[in-house]
Design a protein around this ligand. Sequence first.
Ligand code: ATP
Ligand code: MG
Length: 568
Amino acid sequence: MREAKGKGDGQENAPNFIHDLVREDVRTGKHGGVVVTRFPPEPNGYLHIGHAKSICLNFTTAALSDQGRCHLRFDDTNPEAEDVEYVESIRQDVRWLGFDWGSHEYFASDYFERLYQCAVDLIRRGLAYVDSQSLAEIRERRGDFYRPGVNSPFRDRSVEENLDLFARMRAGEFDEGAHVLRAKIDMASKDVNLRDPLMYRIRKVTHHRTGDDWCIYPMYDYAHPMSDAFEGVTHSICTLEFAHHNPLYQWFVSHFEFDPVPRQYEFARLNLTYTVMSKRLLKRLVEEGHVGGWDDPRMPTIAGMRRRGYTPSAIRRFAERIGVSRRDSLVDVGLLEHALREDLNATSPRTMAVLRPLKLVIENLPEEEEIELVAPYSPDDPSFGSRRLYLTRELFIEQEDFMEEPMKKWFRLAPGREVRLRYGALVTCNEVIKDGSGSIVELRCTWDPESKGGNAPDGRKVRGTIHWVSAKHAVDAEVRLYDRLFNEENPLDESHEGDFTRRINPASLEIVRGAKLEPSLAGRGPGERVQLERLGYFVVDPDSTPDRPVYNRTIQLKDSWAKLAGKG
Ligand code: ATP
Ligand code: MG
């Protein structure tokens, strides 16, 4: 497959403090110079562009060492929300982005037994206990930043009693909420997370992989560092909201003889303008029918972006350009679109289609005549090849490309004016035919037979060039045009009224039926990308059938971001 080359492909050195520190670890031979990372999604929704940042970061970080590797670990410790549908979509999305975890696919649920045994070990060593307070009491006695915590009355249970109760929790003898297992750290710690955090709770729910084997489930704060340690992860990279959990992470892994001992590093999550990026909110958009599904081309999900026509390399290049820091920011979606256009510009064949057809009749071209033209797929790269176009008596042009009473500087078609049909010929409009209600139904034109291919024979100046298709050869299609899903830069900004769904752009999807495609656009398979001259970059949608192609507009040609940034 073609990829955009040159400037901007792996050559920008946006600051990335994780890469810097890992390079230093490799140089100094820490962990034998080996780097092991992991991408740990919870299979409770589809991945989004924020996850893509994390995926790119984890895989490129591991690649900094020769024997580095990045694991794909499904963090499936929370049975309620998880589903196999999500597991499969996550695998597909990571692969599509261009990354390979080899044989290193893991599930936190595979560690349930080992996690249980380690918990028993902590109980034996007096480092964990069963608490029988209610969750409300536990929360209340935990205190906060200003108030120290208060010890549970069950904190000093004997090891034997704790072992017995924990075993019976596992055996299903108790109801949900009757007991929990807590780490015994320090209720007076300044760090609230170290005030005897929960390790296990009773949940009588079926897990999508372990079924009803378990009725106690480990908490994230316990399962996550331990899973990292079990797998030999060296650098556990996560987003900043976990920074407060770092000391607890260290506490758990330091109580066992792990080699290497994993360490957690936090970076700022990606936020993008004109979208929301939490799975919880994306799930609402799907469930409440605001969009057609997780892979709706307006969604910031990887599946949605794929269907929209994004290329994996554009997403990777974007991730590289935004860099990695510890400062939260809101990234302009224009930057992502800019990376996409660079890629599509370099890789898409140019073709023609008319979205809103207006009939043009060439009066001096007989009905039975067909003028065959060979047009290149790219004006400046012959390696794209070419296709055939047919100039026939009846053509379609874009309604927008005709103006009955032209304004100043109008170079497209108008009564008495001559225009160039791209790769076709020069035509002059002689007459405008209207129906009873005054709408234009047809333009009567003549062509200059000397201008075959679109060149003026005598070098006369014809400034306007428009796209067209032969009515006889045109293929009918549905074309879906997209705009931003939200009207506001930050749909979650608290200054707005009401729920974020009230900021949905009602014009974010426009379906154009009865578009006319040039013949080469029929029979292309889902995922094939083209440029439709003057209209934008498009991709074949999976809803497409051989008789009725469906094209999605990925993005328009004009790059307002490049202009703003002074590059356009
Ligand atoms: P969300 O907040 O969207 O629901 P999550 O953090 O709950 O996402 P996980 O499945 O737990 O989703 O995330 C897997 C990994 O992706 C985590 O390491 C998480 O830190 C990272 N991640 C999630 N959102 C972003 C983001 N916006 N930018 C960068 N990394 C992210
Ligand atoms: Mg999460």
